[in-house]
Design a protein around this ligand. Structure first.
Ligand code: PSU
Ligand code: MN
Length: 305
């Protein structure tokens, strides 16, 4: 731990000291992934879900240049309502901290913070990946390279169909990232349980996922694991229903010249509008589902430590 860099909530500090299960949570999903007030409501529900499962939530963000691991209720509320919050990935983290700014952490930046704090498991909704048209735009999320170098197990619902899923899986393979789908053979596509692609790896219990993370460390391999947890059946939106909506959002993004880190938030917002909010309901359900699995993995990890 590097205490001068981190502000840990008392709850997180105590849990880590006792080797109790802790699960990291990102904040970009709050500031850029969902509209207010559903973002705040979801952030609270995810934290409650983790506590109910016997794990301590550690929501991560940069507040006035300080790296916070575990937010107070008030800090969470302020972040959820703040406008023009920076979206911080690996590239932005040090500048934001050195200059006293406030920002939300992406999957990549949250992994960096979790590792610094000594947290091995992290629950989110979706990871960044290779964007459609990346052969022209070169838009590949730093999340993928982070998974290759930072030892944190990230539980997500697969990759969104706004991404090029085959290319995303290819880059993860090139980078040596284990992509483990939980409980099914097919890699899930965020809002849908199916992507039409076979998952590189499959495991059916949290304990095996924890064992794999520990084995990776024993082998001296850097990097984490991506656990793809399919959205519950009751909450999924069929891939065929979404395909035309995603195509429309994508062509609007291109026509309006969205690029770089603005692409994902724009697409999410448009898909939310075009599905009359159904995409958000599914998003909330899958995040809660991921929190439950992450809690089980965190329990298994501390039991094996
Ligand atoms: N996918 C979502 N919601 C999100 C994100 C991705 O369904 O909020 C956020 C995550 O924080 C992820 C980031 O790490 O977007 C990826 O952004 P980029 O593609 O710019 O790396
Ligand atoms: Mn990008």
């Amino acid at each position: 731990m590097t205490p001068d860099l981190l502000t840990m909530s008392p709850e997180v500090a105590k849990a880590l000291a006792l080797n109790a299960p802790v699960v990291a949570l990102e904040s970009t999903i709050i500031t850029h992934g969902m509209p207010y007030p559903q973002n705040l409501e979801t952030a609270r529900r995810v934290e409650d879900e983790l506590r109910a499962a016997g794990a301590v939530p550690a929501t991560i963000a940069i507040l006035s240049g300080r790296l916070h691991v575990g937010l107070t209720a008030q800090e969470l509320e302020e972040l959820a309502q703040a406008e023009d919050v920076m979206k911080l990935s690996r590239a932005d983290l040090a500048v934001a901290m050195a200059t006293g700014q406030t920002g939300a952490t992406t999957v990549a930046a949250t992994m960096i913070a979790a590792k610094l704090a000594g947290i091995g498991v992290f629950a989110t909704g979706g990871i960044g990946g290779v964007h459609i048209g990346a052969e022209d735009s070169f838009d590949i999320s730093a999340d993928l390279m982070e998974l290759a170098q930072t030892p944190v197990t990230v539980v997500a619902a697969g990759a969104k169909a706004i991404l090029d899923i085959p290319k995303t899986l290819e880059v993860l393979e090139t980078q040596g990232v284990p992509v483990i789908t939980f409980g099914q053979d097919e890699f899930p596509a965020f809002w849908s349980r199916s992507s039409g692609l076979k998952s590189p790896l499959r495991l059916d219990d949290a304990s095996a996922i924890a064992a794999s993370a520990l084995m990776r460390a024993r082998l001296g391999l850097p990097g984490g694991q991506l656990v793809a947890n399919p959205i519950p059946e009751a909450d999924e939106i069929a891939a065929q229903t979404l395909a035309p909506i995603i195509a429309q959002a994508q062509s609007e993004a291109n026509a309006q010249g969205f690029a770089g880190k603005a692409v994902t938030p724009f697409l999410l917002q448009r898909i939310f509008e075009l599905t009359n909010g159904r995409s958000l309901e599914a998003n909330i359900a899958l995040v809660l589902n991921n929190a439950r699995l992450a809690a089980a993995i965190a329990h298994a990890m501390v039991a094996k430590d």
